[in-house]
Design a protein around this ligand. Structure first.
Ligand SMILES: Cc1ncc(COP(=O)(O)O)c(C=O)c1O
Length: 400
């Protein structure tokens, strides 16, 4: 066997941090606030629809573009929430989660050496997909201001453009910071995209998990942007069905077709009975979506308050599943990776070091991410452990 079995494109990637930390959780019996998956089931109507579909024999390959009724439901959803008009026959494709849509977009649109503007920190699959496409990520840093609100310098986006730039890869609401890009920020990105004729691929999987007064603005709704934007989302976060991996990509036919060309050779299709069930979810009344975010906001507040009680400077997210702490009050060397590797043993809790979301890990070395998409008693138990481990030593180190 050759020594270099692994493609050089994936050199340096290793096993994902989520696998490593979840394995540690199992080994140690620690409470897992690392990976972002809910620990309760989603709406009964959605679960029942999947069971009914299996019983009704929806167990073979679905159509290549995805179940026709799900594609219609996705188009209805985009009209209902954002006023976006899509032709479900040509402008919507169902994928194996948002992850496959992202891979399809990168592999289907990029050539070796193409440059892609990305915002760091970023969801971990982005860098791997870009590497597989042999494309070059050009990062723009998201950093918190004095109030802990993450933002970027619009000049950095303009400066990131070269004659090799093809695409901007955006994620709003954002993992891991919980940032919701404002309309003004999206306008600034859109202006650069239009001026330089760039494609925007936008990952909006947390679109329904937006707290307080923040508003999710899809890039495709901005003037002049629909025609150059591929929007990606999925049902996992919205319906507590992350294991079903039903996602979708939508936008102008040319972009959807390019991404589909690669997607069809990845999985071809997936999740036949989960597709009609996800259509049921997308058609649930507003009350479902409102309750989903209201419940999650309570969990967010419980976790954020608890992390602060344990003495950590804590960033409360505007959206998504994740709160971030600065560990330096407990670990002055700021080594988040070491902190997370020892936390299951020292405190019985699992979290994820935020540095893995950065191209330049030094920017996030002192930050650690906790998921709040858990039952309140699970959050309380984790907080109790953290307070017991860190609270006394670091009380008073403040909140942000
Ligand atoms: C920003 C972001 N995009 C995509 C995904 C993956 O979505 P899916 O499970 O639908 O593939 C996640 C999951 O955590 C995520 O945080």
């Amino acid at each position: 066997m050759p020594d270099d079995v692994l493609t050089s494109k994936l050199a340096g990637f290793g096993t994902t941090i989520f696998a490593e930390m979840s394995a540690l959780a199992t080994e140690t019996g620690a409470i897992n606030l690392g990976q972002g998956f809910p620990d309760t089931d989603g709406p009964q109507a959605v679960l029942d629809a999947a069971i009914d579909a299996i019983r009704a024999g929806v167990n073979q390959y679905p159509p290549g573009l995805g179940d026709a009724d799900l594609r219609t439901a996705i188009a209805e959803h985009q009209r209902r929430w954002y006023g976006i008009e899509l032709d479900p026959a040509t402008q919507v494709v169902v994928t194996a989660g948002a992850t496959e849509a992202l891979a399809g977009a990168m592999l289907g649109m990029l050539d070796a050496g193409d440059e892609v503007i990305v915002f760091e920190p970023m969801y971990d699959s982005y860098q791997a997909c870009l590497a597989l496409a042999a494309a070059i990520p050009v990062p723009v840093l998201l950093s918190p201001d004095a109030d802990g609100v993450y933002g970027f310098d619009a000049a950095d986006v303009r400066d990131a453009v070269t004659d090799r730039t093809k695409l901007v890869l955006l994620n709003t609401p954002h993992n891991p910071t919980g940032k919701v890009f404002t309309r003004a920020e999206l306008d600034a990105i859109a202006a650069v995209a239009i001026e330089h004729d760039l494609i925007v691929v936008t990952d909006e999987v947390y679109e329904h998990l937006v707290f307080d007064n923040a508003e999710h603005v899809p890039m495709a709704t901005l003037p002049g942007m629909f025609e150059r934007t591929l929007t990606i989302s999925s049902g996992g976060k919205t319906f507590h069905t992350t294991g079903w991996k039903i996602g979708w990509m939508m936008g102008p036919t040319e972009l959807v077709t390019a991404a589909r060309m690669a997607k069809q050779y990845l999985t071809y299709v997936n999740g036949a009975p989960f597709q009609p069930a996800t259509a049921v979810g997308l058609r649930l009344p507003d009350s479902y979506f409102n309750q989903l975010v209201a419940d999650l906001q309570i969990a967010r507040d419980r976790l954020v308050d608890g992390l602060r009680a344990a003495g950590f400077v804590t960033h409360s997210p505007e959206a998504s599943y994740f709160a971030t702490i600065d560990i330096r009050s407990a670990q002055p060397d700021g080594d988040g990776m070491a902190f997370c590797r020892s936390l299951p043993v020292t405190a019985g809790v699992v979290a994820v070091p935020t540095e893995v979301f950065y191209m330049h890990p030094e920017h996030g070395r002192h930050l650690v991410r906790f998921a709040c998409c858990k039952q309140l008693d699970v959050i309380d138990a984790a907080v109790e452990r953290l307070v017991a481990s860190f609270g006394v030593a670091t009380t008073g180190s403040g909140a942000s």
